[in-house]
Design a protein around this ligand. Structure first.
Ligand SMILES: Nc1ncnc2c1ncn2[C@@H]1O[C@H](COP(=O)(O)OP(=O)(O)O)[C@@H](O)[C@H]1O
Ligand SMILES: [Mg+2]
Length: 323
């Protein structure tokens, strides 16, 4: 069961989810998820509202029972025992505190559940999340961002090797988001593996090395962000001496997809080899190339093409237009 992490080769992977399903009546909130988070990853679980992110994290933290499938954290089943959550910490939705107690007192109460060691980590945790100077203030007076950071401080009391965070930056103002990003980056640099859910593409693109993109409970992509961009194929813009004919050539050309007219120019998606062959086919058809230029595909474009529509996203999706 507890296989070595295929990538790091050192002990079981922090997270292995296989065939995970959670049904509420007719609704499959999580509809068969497989994913692996490797040691050292900052892993983004990215999807629009209602995609099943919180439900998935709840199962991972052992808060609710899967309908089907398994979760393994460092090879252990969080449903089986509290010990399976040794080295794991995090929260779903918002962390909860006693608003009439101060930040430190809240952490002391939580540390009481986690043993003497946890107590000795309070100062360091407050420092890490930059709340030491506000530790004596009542949590009721904290901003949303401060409460999120206190939630992370609470998680750090457990000295985690894996942090599971549900939309840590959602609802924060730009400065709060930046602080949260810096904090997560610091934790990752200290060797903590992080899995965070988000519906914010920019956040994930900036922070995470690997992603799962989810849509209505299913993963539509899992892997490295760099690989996602590469396999998506570049989008090209084309202008020729005979665009009508060129469009027909593009549509007939193997390896070229999504050929359409955008703002008076032909746009299509293709890999390098297909583009070379296309240029020859255009010449043969008598449509001479005036402009043939690749365009930058952002994670945002990919996200929308993966999470919108009903598989026929290409026909409906807004054209990818250079900024
Ligand atoms: N306890 C529950 N009972 C019924 N439906 C639920 C419950 N929890 C979540 N859902 C539904 O499951 C879907 C996924 O919810 P959620 O995991 O909260 O998504 P996300 O966190 O990605 O926004 C939604 O349609 C939500 O209404
Ligand atoms: Mg949620």
């Amino acid at each position: 069961m507890a296989e070595a992490d295929a990538r790091t080769g050192s002990g079981p992977a922090p997270v292995e989810v296989r065939g995970l399903v959670k049904r509420y009546g007719e609704l499959a909130a999580v509809a068969g998820i497989d994913l692996t988070v490797h040691a050292g990853d900052v892993y983004g679980y990215l999807g629009p509202n209602g995609a099943g992110k919180t439900t998935c994290l709840r199962m991972m933290l052992g808060l609710i029972r899967p309908t089907e499938g398994t979760v393994r954290l460092f090879g252990r089943d969080p449903q089986e025992s509290a010990q399976a959550l040794d080295g794991v910490a995090g929260f779903v939705e918002a962390p909860t505190f006693y608003p009439y107690l101060n930040g430190r007192r809240n952490l002391e109460l939580l540390a009481a559940f986690d043993g003497e060691d946890a107590r000795t980590r309070i100062d360091e945790a407050l420092d890490t999340v930059e709340l030491a100077h506000r530790a004596k203030d009542r949590v009721g007076g904290y901003s949303h961002g401060m409460r999120q950071r206190l939630g992370i401080a609470a998680a750090l009391l457990r000295n985690p090797k894996l942090l599971l965070l549900d939309e840590p930056a959602t609802g924060l103002d730009p400065a709060g988001m930046r602080d949260m990003r810096l904090l997560i980056r610091r934790l990752a640099d200290q060797g903590i593996t992080v899995m965070l859910s988000s519906h914010l593409l920019a956040e994930v693109e900036e922070l995470c090395n690997r992603v799962a993109i989810v849509r209505t409970g299913r993963i539509v992509y899992e892997g490295a962000i760099s690989e996602l961009k590469r396999t998506a194929g570049a989008t090209y813009r084309l202008s020729t001496t005979d665009d009508e004919r060129a469009l027909a050539v593009c549509r007939a050309q193997p390896g070229v997809s999504d050929a359409r007219v955008v703002q008076g120019r032909i746009a299509f998606t293709a890999d390098d080899a297909a583009v070379a062959e296309l240029s020859q086919a255009l010449v043969e058809a008598g449509a001479l190339i005036r402009i043939l230029a690749p365009e930058h595909v952002t994670l945002e474009d990919l996200f929308f093409s993966l999470t919108e529509g009903d598989g026929a996203a290409s026909a409906e999706a807004p054209a990818v237009v250079a900024g």
